[in-house]
Design a protein around this ligand. Structure first.
Ligand code: LLP
Length: 497
């Protein structure tokens, strides 16, 4: 029998809880998980020196609150740890004009993975020579944009792409310009997952040139043979949310082997090695990510010893952290709308509470698809006040028409949470806003940067007018009245007494 097209989560299933025992202190802010400026004052969560009720009242909910100091200090941590190397912020994690400017001002580089990410960065004034363009299916238009802008590197991903790039490079050289600097993205046969990595014999995925089949070397030969292209180096990226440095070290070992093979085959000693991103962060207290300085030290050691073994000079290193810069400093604020106790019935394991409270908030999978898509784990706290009420087993869900619309699958919240309270979900800075959708015509939330008691809306809330403007029938109608999720001026949110 075919499964329901919406997947198994569409059916109402009540698996035993994975919440474990209630924590000693409900609502505690583990500094490992929460933004660097997060603190409770008078029971209320403050971010960047501002109380969350004030942020919610001014900007509405759902709301992404980005701790600027956290974001920039994490970027700085990578820059310091990888001193002498190039740190590219992987902008797919979260990009807007303000973030592009912070990254530019703080001296980092930028990884763009589409022509539009590239356009956004350029429009914000990001220096083109510090941008690398990625993508497994770059169009001619995207490549032309990159070449015309004079970006730092095009990270080539296929033979078709090289075919498209060659005439652009030739034209640039014919016009008196320099050849287009290119990195070859190699698939090194390491497939990394959270907490572990496995080496695969072949790489059954769409990115890069396979090392094991010889495609990566063939691509290098091809690029070297083209006067309009300059083979600057190699690139490898093995996955995302990785905790174990062994995967990076194995990949570094293999990619240095390719550097040696390229020199043997072409006589060229490449100057750059980009080891990609993927450094994990703590979503939960038990997550144990590696610090940038430990990662840097390990990678430098492996690269230095592999290069010495092959008699190669140590190339300039580059890395591309996205999540590890953007992820931890942002929380999403939601307002609770309804709470529904659901009996778990006989399927609950012995000792499992028989009731799970479905706590519905005013956003959901349209502003954080990661729980539904990857079964990702998040934590959240009651944010507008503290509570001494005993713990209740909860599941935080969104307002979408989909049973899989879950934000936090299993957690304990004070049993007195109620409609009007604010919840804050931690570590939502990476791949939440950037993967947001308009499913069920919910509108994309704003992003507010907070710092030392000041809040700046760096991305405004999408309006229904923005959405209607795309619709052939609705575009020319008078502007609709404010959407329910927009804050009315006197929106009394989170001020339950
Ligand atoms: N460099 C390359 C070539 C990449 O493909 C990626 C991520 C990064 C760097 C940055 O990886 P990070 O440091 O952020 O882990 N949507 C997924 C993550 C997809 C990552 C795609 N590539 C998620 O929400 O977990």
């Amino acid at each position: 029998m075919r499964a329901h097209p919406a997947g198994p989560l569409h059916g109402n299933i009540t698996p035993p809880t994975a919440a474990g025992a209630p924590p000693e202190e409900l609502g505690a802010l583990d500094p490992h998980v929460w933004p660097r400026s997060a603190e409770r004052i008078g029971g209320e969560l403050h971010l960047g020196g501002l109380p969350v009720t004030e942020l919610a009242r001014t900007h509405g909910t759902p709301l992404f609150v980005l701790d600027e100091g956290d974001f920039r200090s994490r970027a700085g941590d990578f820059a310091d740890a990888f001193d002498g190397a190039d740190v590219h912020y992987a902008s797919k994690a979260f990009l807007c004009g303000q973030v592009a400017r912070w990254i530019a001002d703080d001296g980092l580089h930028l990884d763009a993975c589409s022509g539009n990410e590239l356009s956004l960065a350029l429009a914000a004034g990001f220096p083109a020579e510090r941008i690398a363009l990625h993508g497994n299916n770059k169009s001619l238009v995207e490549l032309q944009l990159a070449v015309d802008a004079g970006i730092g590197h095009v990270v080539v991903d296929s033979f078709d792409e090289i075919d498209r790039l060659v005439p652009l490079g030739a034209a640039r050289v014919a016009a008196g310009g320099s050849p287009v600097p290119v990195l070859i993205r190699a698939t090194v046969g390491i497939e990394a997952h959270t907490h572990e990595f496995i080496a695969t014999a072949h790489e059954d995925q769409k990115f890069g040139f396979s090392l094991s089949t010889g495609d990566a070397l063939a691509a290098a030969r091809r690029v070297v043979s083209e006067p309009g292209l300059h083979l600057a180096g190699l690139h490898s990226h093995i996955g995302s949310q990785i905790f174990d440095t062994a995967g990076f070290e194995a990949a570094a070992h293999r990619i240095v082997g390719l550097l040696g093979a390229v020199r043997e085959a072409t006589g060229q000693t490449l100057e750059e090695l980009n080891l990609g991103g993927g450094f994990g962060i703590a979503y939960l207290s038990e997550d144990d990510p590696v610090s940038p300085s430990d990662i840097a030290a390990k990678l430098r050691t492996v690269i230095a010893s592999e290069c010495a073994e092959l008699g190669l000079p140590v190339p300039r290193l580059a890395v591309e952290p996205g999540r590890a810069i953007a992820g931890p400093g942002t929380v999403t604020l939601y307002e609770i709308g309804t709470i529904k106790p659901v009996r778990l019935g006989a399927s609950g394991a012995p000792g499992t509470p028989l009731v799970r409270n479905y706590v519905s908030v005013d956003g959901g999978m349209s502003d954080n698809i990661r729980t539904a898509l990857y079964d990702a784990s998040y934590t959240c706290v009651l944010a507008n006040r503290s509570s001494d009420a005993p713990p209740a087993l909860c599941r935080v869900v969104g307002k979408h028409c989909e049973s899989g619309d879950i934000l936090v699958r299993d957690l304990w919240l004070p049993s007195d949470v109620q409609p009007g309270d604010l919840l804050a979900v931690a570590a939502t800075g990476a791949y939440c806003w950037s993967m947001a959708s308009n499913y069920n015509y919910l509108l994309k939330p704003p992003v507010v940067a907070v710092r030392e008691g000041a809040a700046t809306e760096i991305v405004r809330r999408q309006t229904l007018s923005d959405v209607f403007a795309l619709d052939a029938v609705l575009a020319d109608l008078p502007a609709p009245s404010p959407a329910p999720s927009q804050p009315a001026p006197e929106h009394a949110v989170g001020v339950r007494s």
